[in-house]
Design a protein around this ligand. Structure first.
Ligand code: NAD
Length: 551
């Protein structure tokens, strides 16, 4: 019987499949489970507490086997992490189609999901876990960096120097927070209940130091703030205990957010429960654990609101903690905004979002060459130049070398076509897998996050991600996915993803041009439809057709 074992994607140009499109899917599936990349690879969990790349080890083996024999005109169908069929399609069709964690509306809650998961019928796919384009903490780093840059621009004169940010959660994605703050020259205190999470971020150079206790953390923070020096400080403890304590003591905090796994109440440690007992308690009494976790989240959010009342800039970082606190009866849970309406929506209107690519060669030099190509392609884009330079210096690759860079409509296709040429002319050692997060401009319906407070009230309309997936299939993506729940939990979102492989062929170039135009195009039309002026200007200037504005 197959069971847990270390998984690592192959490097180099030798294929164990019948073509690069299939090879890319295989390597990216395996890369998601690489111990350098995944949070709990033995459980097939990539990030986000329970986000998996395959349902179980038997399904994983079957997917590997199937990808190794899959032909250029065949498509493997994956239902929540299990391969359920191979169909004859054609060479423009995706090689893999994935649907993860989807449940019918009235059934889409954690209780029903867990019942089905327990029966072995489904798995939680998160966003890029079940769709095989997670690239480690870097994947979220640029988005987090841009968010803190927007906070700095809005409230602190364009820099976080001389400010202290307080947050919690140093997991797969939350671990990007300390580096994103120090890249903006600020000081961060980052709380986590798991000592390993703190040590791991220090090891990967995302976090600078570990404090002995709360007093020590505050002392280090104030010293660094006064010297206007960037510093990130890990603090062991429960955020639901420490935040109220810090508020009561009048800690000098300027910015507060949170990235604990609050979207899944079984992954948030309640006050009074030992970290070592967390997993067994959650498994033994999920209902009791959930109630206690939500009560703790209410205390946590109440303290965040307290910091806001005291003048701090406070925002929800997309983990549903406000929704959970509200379920526990805290009535001011939504007093502070989510980060999308507060800072990110104007970027979405331009079709901008977390574009990324991974070097299937395994060579860091391939990424450095693509970095250089990006600087040449977009000479006028200052923030892109700043990001690529800092990423080149400070980002530690996890698994296959990769890069993330927020690009918009009219930019992604340009980058993708250039990359394909670089594969074709031998500049790069092997093809690239080009994809993005599901958290993108036109690929997600999520009323507590990406589509919170839409101008026309269309927050919960989920036709958009479905159209997005269909247009990517029709445009020639290499694999396409539709998920439910993602970073905000069951019942709260529907989202789609795509990955397209630049293998240097003419066909790949044609697919890339269509996919990387139409995919961000969804962001533009989604925001035109909702009435955003910026999106209308982008549509006019860059020639995005919107029938209701014609004739
Ligand atoms: P993760 O499970 O890898 O990490 C969560 C961390 O929270 C763990 O290290 C855990 O020990 C810690 N934690 C749990 N309970 C705690 C408590 N009471 N006090 C202090 N620490 C506690 O998850 P992740 O991948 O880092 O994601 C975290 C959350 O942030 C998710 O809900 C995710 O969806 C969300 N998120 C949203 C965005 C976005 O919207 N852009 C980006 C990143 C993450």
């Amino acid at each position: 019987m197959s069971g847990p074992r270390p998984v690592r994607a192959a490097r180099g140009t030798e294929l164990s499949t019948l073509g690069w499109q299939q090879e890319a899917a295989l390597r990216m599936l395996q890369n998601n489970l690489d111990p350098e990349v995944a949070e709990h690879p033995d459980k097939l969990v990539v990030y986000g507490g329970t986000g998996k790349a395959a349902r179980d080890w038997r399904s994983y083996d079957a997917m590997v086997r199937t990808l190794q024999t899959l032909k250029q005109d065949e498509t493997m169908l994956v239902q929540s992490g299990r391969p359920v069929g191979v169909m004859q399609t054609h060479e423009w069709a995706p090689r893999v189609l994935l649907a993860n964690s989807n449940l019918v509306g009235d059934w889409a809650n954690w209780e029903e999901f867990r019942r089905l998961e327990h029966l072995g019928l489904t798995m939680y796919g998160q966003m890029t876990a079940g769709s095989w384009i997670y690239i480690g903490t870097q994947g979220i780093l640029q988005g987090t960096y841009e968010t803190f840059a927007a906070v700095a621009a809005k409230k602190f004169g364009g820099t976080l120097a001389g400010t202290i940010t307080l947050t919690a959660g140093l997991g797969g994605m939350g671990g990007a927070q300390p580096l994103a703050v120090t890249m903006n020259d600020g000081v961060a205190i980052c709380i986590d209940v798991d000592p390993r999470a703190i040590d791991r971020r220090i090891e990967h150079r995302y976090l600078d130091v570990k404090a002995d206790n709360l007093r020590h953390a505050l002392q280090l923070a104030v010293e660094a703030r006064d010297a206007r020096k960037p510093l990130s400080i890990g603090l062991l403890g429960n955020a639901a205990e420490l935040l109220p304590q810090m508020l009561a003591e009048g800690a000098p905090i300027d910015i507060v957010t949170d990235q604990t796994s609050a979207h899944d109440p079984l992954a948030y440690l309640p006050v009074g429960v030992d970290f070592d007992d967390m997993a067994s308690y959650a498994a033994k009494d999920p209902a009791g654990f959930t109630t206690r976790a939500r009560e703790s989240m209410a205390k946590h959010v109440e303290a965040m609101v307290g910091f806001m009342d005291a003048g701090a800039e406070v925002f929800d970082y997309g983990n549903s903690i406000r929704g959970e606190a509200q379920l526990a009866g805290y009535d001011r849970a939504f007093a502070f905004p989510g980060f999308v309406p507060a800072y990110i929506r104007p970027l979405f209107c331009e079709g901008k979002g977390p574009f990324r690519w991974a070097a299937l060669s395994g060579e860091a030099s391939d990424i450095h060459k693509t970095d250089k190509a990006m600087l040449e392609l977009f000479p006028e884009n200052e923030s892109l130049h700043r990001w690529i330079k800092m990423a080149g210096e400070r980002v530690h690759f996890q698994g296959l070398p990769a890069r993330i860079c927020w690009l918009g409509y009219g930019e992604r296709d340009k980058a993708g076509e250039r990359f394909n040429e670089m594969v074709a002319d031998g500049t790069l050692a092997a093809p690239l897998a080009i994809g993005r997060d599901h958290l993108d401009c036109g690929s997600v319906a999520s009323p507590y996050r990406e589509t919170e407070a839409m101008l026309d009230g269309s927050d919960a309309i989920a036709d958009w991600p479905l159209l997005n997936a269909m247009v990517n299939v029709a445009s020639g993506a290499s694999w396409v996915s539709i998920h439910h729940g993602g970073g905000v939990g069951m019942g709260r979102s529907i989202h789609a993803g795509q990955v397209t492989v630049a293998d240097g062929t003419k066909l790949a170039g044609e697919k890339i041009r269509r996919v990387l135009t139409n995919d961000p195009g969804m962001g533009v039309i989604r925001h035109v439809d909702a009435g955003y002026d910026i999106a209308e200007t982008v549509a006019d200037e860059r020639g995005v057709r919107v029938p209701m504005r014609e004739g």
